[in-house]
Write a protein that binds this ligand. Structure first.
Ligand SMILES: Cc1cc2nc3c(=O)[nH]c(=O)nc-3n(C[C@H](O)[C@H](O)[C@H](O)COP(=O)(O)O)c2cc1C
Length: 239
């Protein structure tokens, strides 16, 4: 049994240990040991958003500071669509000569050790907001920065990645790694499931297709892969 005074001493010791740990953490946060990562992503049907959060979890497990920022078009893409025509209207923004405006990022990328960019594939290309983000006016965000990429898609990501890496190069950034996350299942059910979801805004609809539809979105294990990618990027910052 502790006497009252012994207890007081032991409390004081615990308190001082906590203070020491806190001071050490603060010291780390104020020095180059505390690495910070900025995740910039666009997402319309939330797959990239979930992947961004999983990557952030992985980075935090490696004790990295993480800021997540969604890249938002000035004319926002609303999903589920208000009209079926919205799918075609939004798709038109993927045409190579089209350029959309995005809202200001309000972030100083200079304070980050790594930027991770996330996009869905739209018509074999990066989504229009990420295309806009990687335009030459935004060189200031990327010049001299290390950049990793994640892509969410049904299946097609290679052309999308090529466009992104070419743009990063022209902006003076260093591309370091990519993870491509894919929807579940096999073709043709997978593409039918994608369009059924986009046009109805609901899983397993319309009723007449119900028997052949997969649940919408990333396949089993893809978010775990995203978290592992976050861990990998977190570890890489030690080097
Ligand atoms: C307009 C549009 C075009 C798409 N084009 C492709 C494509 O060319 N290849 C592909 O694999 N997936 C394509 N997809 C599927 C998306 O890449 C996929 O649904 C992605 O997971 C969506 O991510 P998000 O939920 O973050 O928006 C397209 C989706 C939309 C809405």
């Amino acid at each position: 049994m502790f006497s009252v005074s012994e207890r007081r001493v032991s409390h004081k010791k615990e308190d001082s240990d906590k203070v020491m740990i806190f001071m050490k953490e603060m010291k780390n946060k104020n020095t180059s040991e505390y690495k910070k990562v900025l995740i910039l992503y666009f997402s319309m049907t939330k797959q990239c958003e979930k992947a961004a959060e999983a990557i952030a979890d992985g980075l935090r497990k490696e004790n990295r500071g993480v800021v997540l920022k969604k890249v938002v078009p000035v004319k926002e893409y609303i999903f589920p669509f208000k009209s079926k025509l919205d799918f075609f209207r939004y798709s038109m923004d993927s045409l190579p000569w089209k350029k959309i405006d995005i809202k200001p990022l309000d972030v100083d990328t200079g304070g980050f050790d790594l930027i991770i960019i996330g996009t869905p594939t739209w018509w074999l290309s990066p989504s229009p907001p990420i295309y806009a983000l990687l335009s030459k006016e935004n060189r200031i965000y990327f010049e001299g920065k290390k950049v990793a990429v994640f892509i969410s898609c049904r299946a097609m990501w290679r052309r999308d990645l090529k466009i992104i890496t070419d743009r990063l190069k022209s902006l003076g950034a260093y591309f370091i790694d990519v993870i491509a996350l894919q929807h579940q299942g096999k073709e043709p059910k997978r593409i039918i499931s994608l369009f059924a979801y986009l046009f109805t805004g609901e899983e397993f609809k319309p009723d007449f297709l119900r028997g052949m539809l997969y649940p919408y979105g990333l396949g089993e294990g893809e978010l775990e892969k995203a978290e592992q990618f976050g861990l990998k990027m977190g570890k890489l910052l030690n080097k």
